[in-house]
Write a protein that binds this ligand. Structure first.
Ligand SMILES: Cc1cc2nc3c(=O)[nH]c(=O)nc-3n(C[C@H](O)[C@H](O)[C@H](O)COP(=O)(O)OP(=O)(O)OC[C@H]3O[C@@H](n4cnc5c(N)ncnc54)[C@H](O)[C@@H]3O)c2cc1C
Length: 473
């Protein structure tokens, strides 16, 4: 059988990232993707009830996600992100606090002024948060892989006093970034997001929200890959990956000595040949990884109920809400997208129960919800949204390449890239997988992190100092 080009199984963010870098290096990749579009878990669908195109869930990025943002630029989608610098916190009764960077104070004090005015935190809670922030800034997070973030916080504060600050402040930030509660997340994972996405610089902490449906964001990937000589085969399921051979569900086989498996880990465990798995300890590690769910709820109101573009609801089950104008062809009004991360306890509820709970939270926090007409509602449960970044799962994330030269190259958000299981993690894994099949050093395509601002370079400890070193490269 003839040897073919680089075969990439799976066309999510990781597969796209690998394909683009390989194609740019002059070697044509073939993406084999079972769905009829690229983008994987970051996707949109047409709601049969209304005909509206809906994202499975609001996906956000941060300024510090250098690889994901690089990937968007390579796909020609870099300007399809709207950036937000302010985060709105809305309490029961509607009182709102706004966290925004100061126009004059540099990082790590850029949020200091607005933080001091956050109305939902007591002075005690602010002190406990500021102390923990300072300790996190000085820390080497690689030393905290085997404890939870809750345990870490208890070590830097008087534990009973820090409980309200956890519920009101840390939980919404950590659960939305890591998709699991403060009580379960590996401290290293939460600290990573806080160090790189919150403390390091003003630019790093900007929140990016796609201005188009996710499917449109990734639509340009097909063209970008084909332009550089690659091939995208959609609606092409793969049923077996063996040594040098990929067999599709149609029975057709393709051969190559360069294969990237960019499937979700649970699919990789089903598709990769048993013998290949037995010789490769990474697959035993993957069996110990578990998932964490996310719930997205789309609500269409006949009039605006939220004046800010996004807000976190303090102490509510509904963690974040995002507002967009509804298109005129949909009758106008406002689209509210509610997000619940780490949503285990919501998974057994039916759609009506979910909508009722979200509506109750909105009524508690926002004026005018009862005056508005709810035109349509749609809940989307994603049980396998991301890996659960507990200490156990984090320690079992496999490497992109195994110990044998012939081992299968893995890509995907679950792979050990040093980043949480996010679109940034997936993009990094794709760049690393591309380097692996091209025989380059694994980090040769990885985009360095942003340079921490001066104050952080002076005051920051192990991890942020290392970030500054990497940013210089
Ligand atoms: C509801 C939800 C909300 C999220 N929110 C955010 C967020 O706000 N920010 C963020 O950064 N991340 C977020 N994520 C995580 C992010 O979507 C993922 O980390 C990322 O998209 C994973 O990309 P991937 O390429 O690793 O995997 P996938 O996207 O899972 O790609 C794998 C691909 O393989 C394909 N495939 C599967 N089986 C086969 C087969 N047998 N043959 C061929 N192809 C196959 C799949 O169809 C898929 O396209 C969210 C995820 C979900 C589900």
């Amino acid at each position: 059988m003839p040897k073919e080009r680089v075969l990439i199984v799976g066309g999510g963010v990781a597969g796209i990232a690998a394909a683009l870098r390989i194609a740019e290096a002059g070697i044509a990749p073939i993406i084999l993707e079972t769905r009829n579009k690229l983008g994987g878990r970051a996707t949109s669908f047409e709601d049969p009830r209304t005909g509206h195109v809906l994202d499975n869930c609001q996906h956000i990025t941060l300024g510090c996600c250098t690889n994901y943002l690089d990937l968007l630029s390579r796909m020609g989608a870099g300007d399809l992100i709207t950036w937000h610098e302010e985060i709105h916190w809305i309490e029961r009764g509607g009182r709102t606090s706004v966290m925004k960077p100061s126009p004059i104070a540099g990082a790590p004090a850029h949020y200091g002024g607005s933080f001091a005015h956050m109305k939902f935190l007591t002075a005690h809670e602010k002190v406990s948060i500021a102390r923990a922030m300072f300790r996190i800034m000085r820390a080497d997070r690689s030393r905290y892989t085997d404890i939870t973030f809750e345990t870490y916080l208890a070590g830097s504060n008087n534990a009973p006093k820090c409980a309200p600050a956890i519920a009101k402040f840390w939980e919404p930030i950590v659960v939305s970034a890591c998709n699991i509660s403060v009580s379960k997340v590996a401290a290293s994972c939460a600290m990573h997001v806080i160090q790189e996405g919150f403390l390091a610089s003003r630019q790093a902490s900007r929140m990016g929200v796609p201005s188009v449906p996710l499917a449109q964001l990734y639509a340009g990937a097909v063209d970008a890959i084909q332009r550089t000589g690659g091939e995208v085969r959609l609606s092409t399921g793969v049923e077996r990956i063996d040594n040098g051979v990929v067999r599709m569900t149609s029975g057709v086989e393709l051969c190559s000595d360069k294969i990237i498996c960019a499937l979700p880990f649970e699919r990789a465990l089903q598709v990769v040949d048993d013998e290949l798995q037995m010789g490769d300890p990474r697959f035993e590690m993957m069996k110990r990884i578990t998932h964490s769910p996310i719930l997205g709820v789309h609500l269409h109101f006949d009039r605006p109920i939220l004046s800010a573009p996004q807000a976190t609801l303090v102490g509510m089950g509904t963690q974040w809400i995002f507002a967009k104008d509804a298109p005129s062809e949909a009758g106008g009004g406002q689209l509210i997208h509610a997000v619940v991360s780490g949503a285990d306890e919501w998974m057994t509820l039916d759609e009506q129960q979910i909508v009722n709970r979200v509506m109750d939270d909105l009524r508690i926090c926002l004026d005018g919800v009862d005056d508005a007409e709810l035109i349509s509602a749609r809940g989307v449960k994603e049980k396998r949204a991301t890996i659960a970044p507990t200490p156990e799962c984090e320690s079992n994330r496999p490497a992109v390449i195994g110990e044998h030269a012939s081992s299968l190259v893995l890509g995907g958000d679950y792979v050990d890239t040093g980043w949480p299981s996010t679109m940034e993690g997936a993009a990094r894994s794709g760049y690393m997988a591309a380097a692996a099949v091209l025989g380059e050093a694994l980090d040769s395509f990885v985009i360095p992190p942003l340079m921490p601002e001066y104050g952080v370079r002076v005051l920051g400890g192990g991890s942020l100092k290392r970030q500054a070193e990497l940013a210089k490269k």
